[in-house]
Write a protein that binds this ligand. Structure first.
Ligand code: TXA
Ligand code: MG
Length: 337
């Protein structure tokens, strides 16, 4: 069992910072999802992340930067890891950091090579969560310049939005191998928006809480969709974020028709819908918030909870159209693929 400590306790933050400095793993709450954190400049520590997740080591990790408006400033972190920063990327950092935005930048050679999966670029993010920042600032005082942290789930599985999710994912790790800081439920609930800034213009690699419209308004450039040349990104694999139960996405009519057609021998199902449906007896039901932000916050916890109820299928009502729902729609499509 991993060690689970309340992030309210300053001694827990310090203990976690010392673990990062010593090259072991920390479960770190962020505003998006929990991360599995390690010193980005320590290849052995980074290797532990890949091993614990079962993630291919050529899949790059995001490096998280400290910012406290005083001794620690994300600008110094960017200087350390990035070879150059295009003007539009500078504008995006200025507008959205600290916050749920990751920028892919040309990597300074010789830094965070293992964390970057050997690519000549590096993903940087300055998280807004107060516990993440307290940890990053404390770790910086021990010489840790950046913290590599993918979502704290095993490869391909549902991302964690509570400390309990993280402990459950890494049950097999001993308490000296993983300390999880409990900072409560993540307020955003889906991973950061990722913008590739290595190709002369902004390219959206992963939709999130910050929409293309907001990005464009902040940097004055249209954000393009990714094409086949995009770099490796696990979150962009067609099948990802998958619970054990099979996820099916259907509009309200198709969902009702599927419920109507169910027989006694049918596989057990759970539903997550905004619309009220009939003939749901014996079916585990959760209500999807009709607000995109609230649905994002609930998404991964709901998938985990319905999965844990032991059903063999989870039927989800297709999210509404519109950019505000892009992040939720994207995660659900990958969970269903
Ligand atoms: O909100 C988040 O971004 C969370 C929290 C913990 O910060 N982290 C997260 O990490 O979602 P992860 O590893 O699950 O997803 C990071 C994505 C992956 O799809 C990865 O391939 C991509 O970012 N990525 C990281 N560095 C990259 C790079 N240099 N080039 C292209 N993609 C990169
Ligand atoms: Mg992930």
């Amino acid at each position: 069992m991993s060690l689970l400590l309340s992030a309210q306790d300053p001694a827990a933050i310090e203990a976690a910072a010392q673990r990062l400095a010593g090259g072991t793993l920390v479960g770190m709450p962020t505003e998006t999802v929990y991360g599995l954190a390690a010193d980005a400049d320590n290849p052995r520590a980074v290797q532990r992340i890949f091993e614990a997740k079962g993630r291919p080591s050529e899949h790059p990790l995001i490096v998280h930067l400290a910012h406290d408006g005083a001794a620690q400033d994300w600008r110094a972190g960017v200087q350390h890891y990035a070879r150059e920063v295009p003007a539009f990327a500078q504008a995006l950092m200025q507008a959205f950091w600290p916050g749920p935005l990751t920028l892919i930048l040309p990597r300074r050679s010789g830094v965070a090579t293992a964390a970057a999966g050997g690519q000549d670029s590096v993903g940087l993010r300055c998280p807004a969560h107060p516990v993440a920042q307290a940890l990053l600032v404390a770790a910086a005082a021990h010489g840790v310049q950046g913290v590599a942290a993918p979502s704290a789930n095993r490869f391909g599985r549902v991302s964690p939005t509570t400390a309990a999710h993280v402990s459950a994912e890494f049950e097999a790790l001993a308490d000296d191998a993983l300390l999880v800081l409990d900072g409560g439920a993540c307020p955003v609930g889906i991973e950061s928006t990722i913008v590739d800034a290595t190709r002369g213009h902004p390219v959206l690699l992963r939709p999130g809480h910050i929409t293309p419209e907001q990005l464009q308004a902040a940097c004055g450039e249209a954000v393009r969709e990714r094409d086949g040349a995009a770099p490796r990104a696990s979150g962009t694999l067609v099948s990802h974020y998958a619970p054990s139960a099979r996820v099916r996405l259907m509009d309200a009519r198709a969902l009702q028709a599927a419920l109507d057609a169910r027989t006694l021998q049918a596989p057990s199902v759970a539903v997550w819908t905004r619309s009220a449906l009939s003939r749901c007896s014996g079916v585990e039901q959760r209500t999807m918030p009709s607000n995109a932000e609230q649905a994002a916050q609930a998404l991964f916890a709901t998938l985990r909870e319905l999965d844990a109820s032991g059903v063999s299928q989870i039927w989800v009502e297709t999210p509404p159209d519109g950019a505000a729902w892009d992040g939720v729609r994207d995660r659900l499509q990958r969970a269903a693929a």
